[in-house]
Design a protein around this ligand. Structure first.
Ligand SMILES: [Zn+2]
Ligand SMILES: [Zn+2]
Length: 291
């Protein structure tokens, strides 16, 4: 079943014309627990991985931050997101590639962030041929770093880079919003930023911008993907729960769309994946933050 985020309760760009220049289209992935196949768009699902290519492993330095260490020297990466080009309108795939796969090593790393380390692969689906079975998560992997298998219902939604505004202007918009907050029922940030796991749009910062620079060319990298612990903040479910999920919400009380993947990155944080689209091979980088 599709998922359709309800239109925002007010016309954001009419009320806040300053945000027009900071609008981008994000693809909200709307993960929901399911049984995806290797050819499907998924989170935590089996990947369309060529049988003649070894499964990637991590040779990095791990750090026990309370969730334990891998039992093997080089643990296998786990699938995070797989998505086909046609399901991700507006995301600039490399020429000739039509399948994006993001995996990560599901342990804390001694990398300054103490979080899983993502890796990005771009493929041509027709060249995969025989598919290698996706291995199970490596022994000792914390549950909170391994997503529950989910199908995706990707959906383009306008995203506004509120966190990127100059602090004075951000404060001014916040004050203007407070006069309408009762009508909207949430903070400005929750109204204008697309929450949850998304491709493109603006990074899901918790603490504010920390754009990485490309190690190759030194330029600021582009946001590719944010993987979030929760799909929205509790309290803003009226804005961000698709009507297709409401029935379940009424039945079960707790918003079902809030935490479909079971991920918990730090304290409800997110991992943001970046790439450089100018350098050969599209180098990627990541950041992590939480509240
Ligand atoms: Zn690792
Ligand atoms: Zn570069």
């Amino acid at each position: 079943m599709t998922r359709t985020t309800p239109p925002r309760p007010i016309d954001v760009e009419a009320r806040f014309p300053e945000l027009r220049a900071w609008r981008r289209e994000a693809v909200r992935l709307n993960p929901r627990p399911g049984v995806p196949g290797p050819g499907d768009d998924s989170m935590g699902g089996p990947l369309s991985w060529p049988a003649d290519e070894t499964w990637p492993v991590c040779a990095g330095e791990h750090e026990d931050m309370g969730d334990g260490l891998p039992e093997e020297d080089e643990p296998s990466l786990v699938p995070i997101v797989q998505i086909r080009r046609e399901a991700a309108p507006g995301v600039p795939f490399p020429e000739g590639r039509d399948l994006l796969q993001v995996l990560w090593c599901p342990f804390d790393h001694d990398n300054g962030f103490y979080c899983p380390e993502p890796r990005v692969y771009w493929r041509t689906a027709a060249e995969v041929g025989e598919v290698r079975p996706t291995p199970s998560a490596p022994a000792g992997a914390p549950e909170r770093y391994v997503p529950v298998p989910c199908v995706l219902r990707p959906e383009p939604v306008a995203d506004y880079g509120l966190a990127e505004l100059e602090p004075g202007l951000r404060k001014e918009l916040g004050e203007r919003h407070s006069s309408s907050a009762a009508e909207v029922g949430t903070y400005l940030d929750e109204l204008v930023r697309v929450p949850g796991t998304k491709l493109g749009g603006w990074p899901g910062w918790a603490q504010g911008p920390q754009w990485p620079a490309c190690a190759g060319c030194g330029e600021v990298m582009e946001h590719l993907l944010t993987v979030a612990s929760w799909e929205f903040s509790p309290g803003s479910e009226r804005l961000w729960t698709p009507p297709e999920d409401r029935e379940e919400q009424e039945r079960d009380g707790f918003p079902p769309a809030l935490d479909p993947t079971g991920l918990m990155l730090g304290d409800v944080g997110s991992i943001q994946v970046f790439e450089c689209r100018s350098c050969p091979g599209r180098p990627s980088a990541f950041s992590f933050d939480c509240s």
